[in-house]
Ligand binder design. Structure first.
Ligand code: NAD
Ligand code: TYD
Length: 349
């Protein structure tokens, strides 16, 4: 039995995590605290918003007074901390927003949990959801393990690395019962179309250029979002307190090969001539400080907790494209208004 403060539940991964926990654990109570930034969208949770074990609270994780009140009111036994500023390109133009939410916000949550659980930490869990980007950039060889030294290079990854360190500091100093996972790039339904995969799906649908940074040779290790939240579920329930687990798909793609695969599948699904979407590929100025390669070694999670990814990439991409084609209303809503301004500024169009 848990009463869980889940932060950032209206975002991409947070909405999948909320859905999984609300449906799979009707005996738990899930309180979703989300500021509803541009990335937070209650449409992501329409199917579960009226469930008896779910409640939404609009608020900011940097607001310690609010956090104290929520801990007092709901007597949380666990925190699933997903809220963050999450897009590398935005962190390059607005680093302070990342430092505020990712560092100060995580620190505020830890402080509120520490105060609320001071007299009894038994059975409590503070689960911090993090990224493989904290490990920096790999060359052509090697994989990130849980022992890899942190070497973040973007304001986003540096803010996430800081938050990971503060979480561990609360474990070592105050014995706060923490767990951390560092996951590779996710993809799937409800992914905001500022990130590579949904941006390209959206642009292929609307016949717009597909912007590839640099030569398209950077490598990412892609994992279907439902596999990520399944891993979080396993770690939450059976992972050890104080431990870190890497989560990854053993699924490395260069950006250009990935976008070509997207084009191939979308030509087929949209009944377009084979090769027509590839003509939209446009090489643009590289991202500043662009990390070359990320790749995760998830052996610890497999050997100790028995988790493995369930989907092959081609199948996951096919499911993802089908979802976007069936949910054009969602896509139209999130790409109206502020998205247009962001897009023009980022891609100078
Ligand atoms: P997202 O940007 O889609 O969603 C973030 C959510 O947090 C939004 O709902 C937003 O409204 C909310 N939020 C932002 N600032 C807030 C604040 N100050 N107070 C309360 N809520 C706030 O992000 P995502 O891609 O779903 O990522 C979720 C988590 O997973 C992040 O911690 C991210 O670092 C981590 N992660 C993401 C990936 C990925 O590929 N997307 C991979 C590994 C780890
Ligand atoms: P992204 O989805 O932003 O995730 P991250 O930077 O966290 O890995 O980008 C994935 C890769 O795609 C990364 O190498 C940057 C590249 N990219 C492009 O080439 N063009 C784009 O328009 C975007 C958004 C990303």
């Amino acid at each position: 039995m848990h009463t869980i403060l889940l932060t950032g539940g209206a975002g991409f991964i947070g909405s999948h995590l909320t859905r999984l926990f609300v449906k799979k654990y009707p005996q738990y109570k899930i309180i979703n605290l989300d500021k509803l930034t541009y990335a937070g969208n209650l449409e992501n949770l329409r199917d579960i918003e009226n469930e008896a074990n779910y409640k939404f609270v609009k608020g900011d994780i940097t607001d310690l007074t609010l956090l104290r009140r929520l801990f007092d009111e709901h007597k949380f036994t666990a925190v699933l901390h997903c809220a963050a500023e999450s897009h590398v390109d935005r962190s390059i133009t607005e680093p302070l927003a990342f430092i505020t939410t990712n560092v100060l916000g995580t620190g505020s949550l830890l402080q509120a949990a520490k105060e609320a659980w001071a007299s009894d930490m038994d059975g409590k869990i503070f689960y911090h959801i993090s990224t493989d980007e904290v490990y920096g950039s790999l060359g052509e060889e090697g994989l990130f393990t849980e022992e890899t030294a942190y070497d973040p290079r973007s304001p986003y990854s540096a803010s996430k690395a800081s938050s990971d360190h503060i979480v561990r500091a609360f474990y070592h100093t105050y014995k706060l019962p923490v767990k951390i996972s560092n996951c590779s790039n996710n993809y799937g339904p409800y992914h905001f179309p500022e990130k590579l995969i949904p941006l390209c799906i959206h642009n292929i649908i609307s016949n717009k250029p597909l912007p590839i940074y640099g030569k398209g040779e950077n490598v990412r290790d892609w994992l279907f979002v439902e596999d990520h939240v399944r891993a979080i579920d396993v770690i939450f329930h059976t992972g050890k307190i104080g431990e870190t687990y890497n989560i990854g798909g053993h699924n490395e793609w260069t950006n250009i090969c990935l976008v070509r695969e997207l084009c191939r599948q979308m030509d087929e699904k949209l009944g377009r001539e084979n090769g027509s979407s590839e003509k939209l590929i446009t090489y643009v100025t590289d991202r500043a400080g662009h990390d070359l390669r990320y790749a995760i070694d998830a052996t610890k999670l497999k050997d100790e907790l028995g988790w493995l990814p369930s989907l092959q990439f081609e199948e996951g991409i096919s499911k993802t494209i089908d979802w976007y084609l069936a949910n054009t209303e969602w896509l139209n809503h999130v790409t109206s208004g502020d998205y247009q301004k962001y897009y023009q500024k980022q891609y100078k169009v």
